[in-house]
Ligand binder design. Sequence first.
Ligand code: ATP
Length: 377
Amino acid sequence: MVAPTRDALLQALSGVEDPEIHRPITDLGMVGDLQISESGAVLVTILLTVSGCPLKSKLEHDTRQACESVEGVTSVDVRLGVMSDEQRAALREHLRGGQAEREIPFARPDSLTRVYAVASGKGGVGKSSVTSNLAVALADQGLTVGVVDADIYGFSIPRMLGVDRAPTQVDDMIMPPEAQGVRVISVGMFVPGNQPVVWRGPMLHRALQQFLSDVFWGDLDVLLLDLPPGTGDVAISVAQLIPGTEIIVVTTPQQAAAEVAERAGSIAAQTHQRVVGVIENMSWLELPDGSRQEIFGSGGGQHVADSLSRLMGHEVPLLGQIPLDVALREGSDAGDPVVRSAPDGPAGVALRGIARGLGSRSRGLAGRKLGLTPTGR
Ligand SMILES: Nc1ncnc2c1ncn2[C@@H]1O[C@H](COP(=O)(O)OP(=O)(O)OP(=O)(O)O)[C@@H](O)[C@H]1O
């Protein structure tokens, strides 16, 4: 016997109105073993009937374990309860790990999460496609992965990952929806057409700060930030908010694109961040006879890697080259990333290879306190 699925719970809830937003409950968020409604007002309780003998158990009391350890569960009833103020306060505290103040968990010196900001010089070079596919490929390696779509004006991550749920709100905290095994947050989820969630102002820096501190991410192995193209404010905000963020630069083979990408990468020198490497996208098109057509020229990725190595004073490798592949474009449009939809095609193989390299890297020391104390002579 397993805990009731989200679909079963939703079916049981059909027609039930959320008392906070006065709309039928159409979605549930999951926090640990808690099932909560979109507004966070409704806590779903289930009633298990064990061989005719009712065993009442709230999901908050480790229902999954109860379900699995009890033989002969014959049916599951769903009960609804509106969270009391005390329950909300307890849940809020639980989500914040006992911390009263809002903080960015990834900026803490003891954070184990590797944070990568994916940057590009120009738009349209495939930065968001690379971000979403790397996220899914890293999740496929068994890592817990989050993605912040920090491309505030040109957000495209929700579509590429096929996110079909709005974030769930619990008081002033936001539960990110999960798609393709990846936790995702994007400003695209807060624009008309999606459910409104507490949102305090249009400032880019503030928006990013909210994504990082107001969203309950849980324990992540990797957080990917899809930056807007160019060398703008958001890149500087990221450096301020999470100094340990490492940069991945995406470019095409074209020399003109490479020069702009170099500028985007070189911002890391000023903000004292590490550039992990360069990814060249749209490197060639494989023709039916097996030959390669280099539509955008060649050498741009290596050129950017060499220039950034000189500028940064450490080796900035070319992490990989991703060919043009219709399956990548189709997968992105359909919300089915190519690393899942066509993992053995040209782009799928290249992206999974890059993700393998990233997945096996250990967390860098940049931005971390080393716990050293000076000793006297
Ligand atoms: N290797 C590839 N093969 C085929 N199509 C690709 C490839 N890489 C990206 N594309 C397509 O190119 C278009 C632009 O990609 P994407 O949106 O990822 O670029 P971007 O750099 O994030 O752009 P912006 O910064 O302007 O949002 C998309 O339609 C995407 O599907």
